[in-house]
Design a protein around this ligand. Structure first.
Ligand SMILES: O=c1ccn([C@@H]2O[C@H](COP(=O)(O)O)[C@@H](O)[C@H]2O)c(=O)[nH]1
Length: 281
């Protein structure tokens, strides 16, 4: 059963004791093939359990990309539940990268499915979400996160080049991304001592992202784009500045490339985890 201690407190402790690094579990067809695994639910299971072996004792958190499990239908979701349970048993936090978001009534069902720690759902420690229907439409996710020691990483500025056009679009003289960031800050302001609303901020972003970051004084930042998308830990340190201790750098393909040899994989995870510790100051 996941702990109800707030996610930010659990992650901060693990980030200091081990590393802030998040390893992405992305069992993409090309990666499974490179590992000599079948493109089946069992191939996905083997891939993820090998990565978890490599991560244990080195990283704070893993991030299964739900799309690669969902691709197999119900059997994929069974593997996802098993992998999440295995991570929990090893003391590794789980961010389910599921990017949900809808009107409030539907969002409430997503909250039950992903963030409630009792019940029949997936019981993630944290999830990702989209705010295109409005930050306030995500309210059931924030409330459920707060009640269950979770957090919701809302996409504010993504790491992919296609995101900037929409995220920089003008909204009453300000970029849409900054309006979403304001919404996140407002949610957190109403929860003293807790951080139910967090942000996805890509590692690949330019200077304009610094202003957006400054709008979210309490939020944690999930930071994809490290490695395969071209960003480095130096880029993250310089982009986040004094907020680097709230950055959760996440890498998927660049870590998986070190496998499937168990020793090589564990060594790659250990090295990146050690390097990422400097973000903690
Ligand atoms: O802005 C975003 C949001 C999410 N992602 C996801 O993160 C990983 C990145 O994988 P890499 O192999 O380390 O590039 C993947 O699951 C994406 O769907 C993102 O890249 N950017």
């Amino acid at each position: 059963m996941p702990s109800k201690e707030p996610f930010h407190a659990r992650w901060s402790r693990l980030a200091k004791d081990l590393s802030p690094l998040c390893v992405g579990l992305d069992p993409a067809p090309a990666t499974l093939a490179a590992w000599g695994l079948d493109e089946t639910p069992d191939g996905v299971r083997r891939f993820c359990l090998s990565l978890l072996d490599a991560c244990e004792g080195h990283v704070a958190v893993v991030k299964p990309q739900v799309a690669f499990f969902e691709a197999f239908g119900p059997a994929g979701f069974e593997v996802l539940a098993e992998v999440m349970e295995d991570a929990r048993r090893r003391g590794i936090l789980v961010i389910a990268d599921v990017k949900r978001g809808d009107i409030g009534t539907s969002t409430a069902a997503y909250a039950r499915a992903w963030l409630e720690t009792s019940g029949s759902g997936f019981r993630a420690d944290a999830i990702t979400a989209h705010a295109y229907l409005g930050v306030e439409a995500l309210r059931p996710l924030f409330d459920t996160a707060a009640a269950n020691g979770g957090t919701v990483f809302v996409v504010v500025r993504s790491s992919n080049p296609e995101g900037a056009g929409l995220q920089n679009a003008d909204h009453s003289g300000r970029p849409v991304a900054d309006v979403v960031a304001d919404g996140i800050a407002k949610v957190n302001h109403a929860f003293p001592g807790e951080v139910p609303a967090s942000a996805v901020m890509g590692a690949t972003l330019g200077e304009e992202a610094k202003r957006t970051l400054a709008l979210m004084p309490k939020a944690l930042f999930l930071v994809p784009g490290l490695g395969a998308q071209g960003a480095s830990l130096d880029d993250i340190a310089s982009l986040f500045g004094s907020a680097a201790d709230r950055a959760i750098p996440t890498a998927s393909r660049s870590v998986a490339h070190a496998g499937p040899d168990a020793a090589a994989l564990r060594s790659a995870v250990a090295t990146l985890a050690r390097e990422a510790r400097r973000l903690q100051g």
